[in-house]
Design a protein around this ligand. Structure first.
Ligand code: UDP
Length: 312
């Protein structure tokens, strides 16, 4: 019998890559999604596989199924999307976590939580290690996501301590690749779409803020390694890439790889936008023997090839 796996948010950018990987690794995969930001196109190919099943479901409502493993990936992750209905974002993080932890408790399933670098807020220490508690504004426009994800981590560790649940918590840093939503407002997708359509590349602020971008295949390797790690490893573990770039550097790479004549245009910096972000990946290396392998140049080229097929 194949191992039965539930992936919440399975039609999203990361969720759909994860479902594909799990199918390739011979799992029986059930995807649930409310399609608020995920898309059916992301899983169309997967539906041809008899061991893949997709269900429309809102994870703020309980879900009853028998499974061996749960990957809790559901929640809009892009600021423009999670800020559209902030109360719902917090509910998705918190009620979603409660429902999935309840399911894990009843079925004795191992459960993975897609947490985020946003738990560090606008960090005072650099790069960010897992023992840093973060600097998060509790009442700002990013708080629905940041605090929602922080509360989800609390719930995961309480269920672990109280009920001995086998939890696996990853803090995911900026990730990019094929199947990103072109209208997500993320910097990588924005710049590529703008470069391919000849629009100006929108730099928020001066463009000297930094991010470290992880290619999706590397991230999925890290997530599955964490899920299959030994039973004394629970995280939180940072997953991402530790090569850091400014937004100007990113824009220049995208212009170069697309041979685009687009210009740069400067727009106001969104509120609470973190100045810099880079994961310390030592824990992932020691606990999972994992590190990212794909360079930003190679990953961007793959991502540009994908966007060439869906825009213009
Ligand atoms: N950003 C930008 N232009 C865009 C979109 C985003 O300069 O068209 C900036 C944004 O202000 C932030 C960085 O790029 O400093 C990363 O933004 P994204 O939304 O991709 O991720 P997050 O802020 O969640 O790290």
């Amino acid at each position: 019998m194949k191992t039965k796996v539930l992936v919440t948010g399975g039609a999203g950018f990361l969720g759909s890559h994860l479902c594909e990987r799990l199918l390739n690794n011979n799992y029986d995969v059930l995807c649930i999604d409310n399609y608020s930001t995920g898309s059916k196109e992301n899983i169309t190919e997967l539906l041809k596989n008899p061991f893949f099943e997709a269900n429309r479901h809102e994870i703020t409502e309980p879900f009853y199924v028998e499974v061996d493993q749960i990957y809790n990936m559901a929640c809009p992750a892009s600021p423009i999307h999670y800020q559209k209905d902030p109360a719902q974002t917090t509910k998705t993080c918190v009620h979603g976590a409660i429902n999935m932890l309840g399911l894990a408790k009843r079925t004795n399933a191992k459960i993975f939580q897609a947490s985020t670098s946003e738990v560090y807020g606008d960090p005072e220490i650099h790069p960010q290690t897992e023992d840093y508690w973060g600097r998060v504004n509790p009442i700002g426009i990013r708080s629905c996501y940041d605090e929602g994800k922080r509360c989800a981590e609390t719930l995961f560790f309480d269920y672990h301590r109280q009920y001995n649940l086998d939890i696996k918590v990853a803090r995911i840093f900026n990730t990019y690749g094929p199947k990103m939503n072109p209208f997500d407002g993320r910097v990588v997708s924005n710049f590529i779409v703008q470069a391919l359509t000849g629009e100006d590349l929108t730099i928020y602020g001066k463009g000297d803020q930094t991010r470290s971008f992880c290619y999706v295949d590397d991230l999925i390797d890290g997530i599955t390694k964490l899920m299959n790690s030994s039973s004394d490893i629970h995280g939180p573990i940072n997953l991402g890439n530790n090569s850091e770039f400014t937004m100007i550097e990113l824009a220049e790479k995208v212009l170069n790889f697309t041979s685009s004549k687009s210009k740069l245009v400067f727009k106001p910096l969104p509120l609470d936008d973190p100045r810099q972000r880079q994961p310390d990946l030592s824990k992932a290396k020691v606990n999972l023997d994992w590190q990212p392998l794909v360079s930003l140049d190679d990953g961007l080229k793959e991502t540009i090839n994908y966007f060439k097929k869906i825009v213009r």
